[in-house]
Design a protein around this ligand. Structure first.
Ligand code: KG4
Ligand code: ZN
Length: 357
């Protein structure tokens, strides 16, 4: 008797500015992983233009799916299901991915799964590290800043979220104020290397407050005011000092919120667990070091999936679909894309939470 082969699922991601298609199997192997970033297309606008993003997804998705199948040396008939991000995200893009996945599922008579993009991020450490439940997840990207307890597939408790801008959004907007290019996070981190974080005194929003919510818009306003107070346009040293001060403030706030979240996690789960970080902002060295410190203090391992799996990708969608499919879940072809789709519907509503994850 031959052992049954592991499940294989195609995952499609089109909810923001990455067009991605990947094939993952139930043994945590990434058989193909294609990502096309649209960053260059949006650079002239200093941010993502939803209509342009949707059109670019439409132009490139079919080719990426074909490339993924070729890379894995598989045909559609060799797959067990087709999955796409069903939300939350920029709705035009989500529709492109969902329509493509439904079309393939229908013609190949395969099950279809609509995956919550946030669930994709949340389950990634199980793909990259085989991490056991439960764990504490900090998701910090251009569209979301959330602290979640991941208890199991479909079981997420949100401890905190941003009440205004997402962390990545704050990096991007602050970079713009400082005349740095988009995306702002890497540009600020680079500039900050030559800067003195102590020259400008920036606020630390939410520091020491009860709960685990975040706020970044006051920080951005403080940078704007500090720039306006300079005698002239910011010189390179001013930009470096401001970037360093901003990055230090974000890292301090993130550390404070995560310390509280780790304590709440410990109340729910006295042993075990891990602190996991995901999302584009997880690339930031200062934030990472702060998180490593918090994890050590809380007696938890610190887990950061590889950068390629931390930012938007198709493998996380395929993997989340594998986890759900194993539990017997799939979605109907009448699934309607969702611009908003909280992971924890019971959590209090965040004010002005972005659509991008
Ligand atoms: O997860 P991601 O690639 O895309 C989504 O938001 O879906 O995150 C992008 C965000 C951008 O706001 C970018 O400025 C930020 O992550 N980012 C960083 C760094 N690299 C990317 N922020 C701070 N430091 C970085 N090194
Ligand atoms: Zn995302």
């Amino acid at each position: 008797m031959t052992t049954p082969r592991p499940l294989r699922i195609l995952g499609i991601e089109t909810s923001c500015d990455e067009t991605a298609a990947a094939i993952v199997d139930g043994d945590r192997r990434i058989l193909a992983d294609r990502i096309l970033s649209q960053t260059a297309i949006h650079v002239p606008y200093g941010g993502i233009v939803p209509e342009i993003a949707a059109r670019a997804h439409l132009d490139h998705l079919d080719g990426l799916i074909r490339d993924a199948l070729a890379e894995a040396d598989l045909r559609i008939a060799d797959l067990d299901a087709i999955a796409a991000t069903g939300g939350p995200g920029l709705i035009g893009g989500v529709m492109v991915g969902v329509m493509a996945a439904k079309g393939i599922a229908l013609t190949a008579r395969l099950p279809f799964l609509a995956v919550n993009h946030l669930e994709g991020h949340a389950l990634t450490p199980r793909l990259s590290h085989g991490l056991a439940f439960p764990y504490l997840l900090l998701l910090v990207s251009g569209g979301h800043t959330q602290l979640l307890v991941v208890e199991g597939v479909g079981r997420y408790a949100r401890l905190g979220t941003t009440i205004d801008d997402a962390a990545g959004e704050a990096f991007d907007k602050t970079a713009k104020l400082l005349g740095l290019p988009y995306p702002g996070g890497p540009a600020i981190e680079r500039a900050a290397r030559d800067g003195d974080p102590a020259r400008f005194a920036l606020p630390r929003p939410m520091l020491g407050r009860p709960g685990c919510d975040f706020s970044f818009s006051g920080l951005k306003t403080a940078v704007r005011n500090a720039v306006a107070a300079l005698p002239g346009p910011p010189a390179p040293q001013d930009v470096a000092d401001m970037a360093a001060a901003f990055q230090a403030a974000v890292a301090a706030v993130v550390a404070d919120r995560c310390r509280r979240a780790a304590a709440l996690f410990r109340q729910r789960h006295p042993t075990g667990g891990a602190l996991v970080v995901a999302g584009g902002v997880a690339a930031n060295g200062a934030i990472r070091s702060a998180l490593e410190r918090i994890a050590a203090e809380a007696g938890m391992p610190f887990v950061a999936p590889p950068h390629r799996l931390c930012t938007d990708n198709g493998a996380m969608i395929a993997w989340a679909a594998i986890e759900r499919f194993r539990l017997g879940q799939q979605d109907g072809l009448d699934f309607a894309p969702r611009p908003r789709w909280p992971l924890d519907p019971g959590a209090p509503k965040a004010i002005g939470a972005g659509v991008k994850a």
